[in-house]
Write a protein that binds this ligand. Structure first.
Ligand code: NAD
Ligand code: TYD
Length: 352
């Protein structure tokens, strides 16, 4: 079969840019990247694709139905992978409306326009078409000390971010049940890796440490996240678009549960080893426990067995080597993160 054309939304963000690079560099798809270029976007994360015949960038908003129609008509994609979103919990606490607009309204507009486009496709193209909504494990809310999120876990979101993502998931599933629109949803745990905007825990801690600034841990640091390297996530995303059963949900996670305190200590010890500029007492002497995030979910952990058994996906990176390579990447790529901390966000506390 010919290489498919995929409309990726949010492809200038952290995960979207990794997906664009993976698909184009491995000749898996022709990629059209629709991105509104919000604060979280960074076109320099995609500079390796400059000049590639199979890559097209289009600036635009998923809430703009006319723009979406124009791109569907122009590129005639074989599917959509929808990542565009406001993605940071703390920002959603400071102001929820852009989350409602992009994550809920934007998703409904993209679903509507894609449905109209899909209805007009010939039989072969229509059967192949899939709309993949990229979602989060945060829709399930918080776990206690035991148990894992499965695809059957009831939705119970805590933050404006996770509530807006939960709403988007419900809309997508409604488009499947009501219109027979070929939707698939994936719910992934916390990602880390190169090119992540330094508002999220791992890059924030790394860059604060390099500047000998305090390393803020919310509450007592006992909250648990299940960390997955972004490259493992994008492989799962592609498998799911390519092979999954429509109308299904798939959890994605690497089984790397760590408390936030453990994550920060790990980053500090790798930095102690890889740099010769540690403060006296090592980077961990910069740790500061700060007032907790409102509504802070205590634990996320994923059961990814459906994805593993049905599609044969397996996480390749373990947390220890993944953190080490990520720290090394940030050390070697100051030219990527320096403009961000100078012009966009310099690490101040958000969401109080
Ligand atoms: P990100 O914040 O790094 O990037 C989001 C991208 O979407 C940016 O390039 C931004 O410009 C674009 N965008 C925002 N609003 C838009 C709009 N209205 N129209 C078009 N483009 C718009 O996010 P990320 O961390 O790469 O996450 C991508 C997706 O994966 C999101 O849907 C998120 O909910 C989901 N997810 C993220 C994680 C994680 O750990 N980062 C985990 C699971 C799921
Ligand atoms: P974050 O990277 O914002 O991802 P999410 O909220 O989607 O899980 O935060 C990861 C965890 O780290 C979360 O429990 C909140 C905590 N955290 C801190 O302790 N300090 C920080 O400065 C940040 C940004 C997060």
């Amino acid at each position: 079969m010919d290489k498919p054309t995929i409309l990726i939304t949010g492809g200038a963000g952290f995960i979207g840019s990794a997906l664009c690079r993976y698909l184009v560099q491995n000749s898996l798809a022709r990629v059209v990247n629709l991105d509104a270029l919000t604060y979280a976007a960074n076109l320099s994360s995609l500079s390796v694709l400059d000049g590639c015949d199979d890559y097209f960038f289009e600036e635009g908003n998923v809430c703009d139905a006319e723009k979406v129609d124009e791109l569907l008509e122009k590129y005639k994609p074989d599917g959509v992978i929808h990542l565009a979103a406001e993605s940071h919990v703390d920002r959603s606490i400071s102001g929820a409306q852009t989350f409602v607009q992009t994550n809920i309204v934007g998703t409904s507009i993209l679903l509507d326009r894609s449905l109209e486009y899909w209805k007009k496709l010939d039989e072969e193209k229509s059967e192949r078409f899939k709309f993949h909504l990229v979602s989060t494990d945060e829709v399930y809310g918080s776990l206690g000390a035991e148990g894992l999120f499965s695809e059957e876990t009831a939705y119970d979101p805590s933050s404006p971010y996770s509530a807006s993502k939960a709403a988007a998931d419900h809309l997508a599933m409604a488009w499947y049940r009501t219109y027979g629109f070929p939707v698939v949803i994936s719910n992934c745990s916390n990602n880390y890796g190169p090119y992540q905007f330094p508002e999220k825990l791992i890059p924030l801690i790394m860059l604060n440490a390099l500047h000998h600034k305090k390393l803020p841990i919310y509450g007592d640091g006992s909250n648990v996240r299940d960390w997955l390297h972004v490259d493992d996530h994008v492989k799962a995303l592609w498998m799911i678009w390519d092979e999954a059963r429509i109308g299904e949900k798939y959890n994605v996670g690497g089984g790397n549960e760590r408390t936030n305190h453990e994550v920060v200590l790990k980053i500090c010890s790798v930095l102690d080893e890889l740099t010769d500029s540690a403060p006296e007492g090592g980077y961990k002497s910069l740790i500061e426990f700060v007032i907790d995030r409102p509504g802070h979910d205590s634990r996320y952990a994923i059961d990814a067995s459906k994805l593993e058994f049905e599609l044969g996906w397996e996480a390749e990176e373990n947390f220890e080597s993944g953190i080490r390579s990520t720290v090394s990447w940030y050390l070697a790529n100051e030219s990527w993160w320096k403009p961000i901390i100078e012009d966009k966000y310099s690490g101040e506390r958000l969401g109080l």
